[in-house]
Ligand binder design. Sequence first.
Ligand code: GCU
Length: 332
Amino acid sequence: MRIFLLGVVSVLTLLTGCAQSSESSETEEFTLAHNMPADHPIHESLVDFQRILEEKSNGNMKLRIYGNEQLGSEREAIEMTQTNAIQFTKVSASALEGFSESYSLFSMPYLFDSQEQYRETMKMPEIQDAFYNKTADNGFIGITYYDAGVRNMYTNDRILESNDDMHGLRTRVQPSQTSVQMIEALGGTPTPMGFGEVYTALQSGMLDAAENNESALTDNNHGEVAKHYFYTEHAMVPDILIMNVDAFNDLSEQQQEWVQEAAAESTELHEPRWDESMEEAREIAEEEMGVTFHDVDKSSFMEAVEPLQETFQQNEATKEQYDLIMGENDNE
Ligand code: GCU
């Protein structure tokens, strides 16, 4: 809470600073918040976005980046983006589910067939209309996506051979209804909470398990308190860069293009960086933190979530997006 309050104070200070500097030198300054530490690949890719935007605009569009939940959790950062207290934030698509139902689709287990197809889909121009522009009435739009890896289960000490072993497992999920339904379908006990709270909850035994990409073990230190990681590969939930819609509309056409181009270029740079970071994370987790990585037979996990997948097939609210992604699956 204290960090959040400090965050609010900084945002107010920033806003004042922003207005003054734009009057005096025509330089525009924007604020971007996210929840990862400075050595996380997503932070580095956002720094790419910052650098490219500044280069394209000849130094006239500057970005201040606040990572590590300094300005609050994902939910709080989205709310600050809605009111233009900050202009950008990077959040999991899962956190956007509460603002636009279309985003719930990304938390549907086993949505994508492969990482290649996931990346191709996320870069299709149609994604813009099907997802990014749908939240304009909520005060923000999507600008680009960043690969946030494949989500897998990890536990304090429980061994998972099939989804039966998840029975009664208190499992952290992102605060999204679809994620809650997924863990219920798998037989676990879903415990929604913000990412910043997970380490302590695992450490205190309040949680038995969580699910995330490999970097959660290292960059966020969960490998200190969770010693088994299982390749259930149940979801690929993208990170989305969102921007306040008025801040975007207030830009000149040229500036809007720079924002879009800088974001797209940073997404391209992010992909190889991501792959390398995940390999490194596994190595560090295994060798320095004593985490054991397990291959699992995914079939029981996939079967258990079929009813949830069926509800998406019939959901009119996400049909346009579902068809778009499935069309891309079939084209493989
Ligand atoms: C991923 C994702 C984050 C998200 C986190 C979570 O790491 O990149 O944006 O906050 O998962 O599980 O909450």
